[in-house]
Design a protein around this ligand. Structure first.
Ligand SMILES: [Zn+2]
Length: 153
């Protein structure tokens, strides 16, 4: 396992995709969504990324998910650029984050398209997804009593 991933060359993109896939499979099992039919692909560079991204930002790097909760199907696209540089942890967070979106996709179907597509809803859903993912990954670790004592408080 490499400690960081870039995506400038074809070989680097294969490595980053393989690692992303491993994280996705682990988290799909952990989050109990491994029965979903997941199609996982990759887009590289401004032209390809603009085609798949809803952000309209051609320089976007990360992942986008498009889902159909009725059929438990989702397409996940890993978007990279020539200057993409991810740690293994950030790559894992991207994978887990997309799967948390999948968990929230079913209740999202109950709200109107107008609300679902509103910037306010998107911002709140994105923040909730990020927050949940980071908590699941233990990124908000609480200092233990012993470490507090070792700092002399
Ligand atoms: Zn998101």
């Amino acid at each position: 396992m490499k400690s960081s991933y870039t995506a400038r060359t074809e070989a680097q993109r294969k490595r980053v995709f393989k690692r992303f896939y491993i994280h996705l499979m682990y988290w799909a099992k952990y989050l109990a969504v491994n029965h979903w039919k997941l199609e996982i692909t990759m887009a590289h560079g401004p032209t390809e990324v603009k085609e798949v991204s809803i952000s309209e930002d051609p320089d976007y790097a990360g992942a986008v998910v498009d889902f159909d909760p009725s059929y438990e199907r989702a397409n996940i696209v890993l978007c990279t650029q020539d200057d993409t540089h991810w740690s293994d942890q950030s790559l894992e967070e991207i994978a887990a984050h997309e799967l948390v979106h999948i968990i929230w996709s079913a209740p999202s179907e109950l709200i109107s398209d107008k609300v679902a597509k509103s910037p306010a809803y998107r911002i709140l859903m994105e923040a909730a997804t990020t927050h949940t993912t980071r908590a699941l990954m233990g990124m908000y670790a609480i200092s233990s009593g012993s470490s507090r004592r070792s700092r002399g408080s």
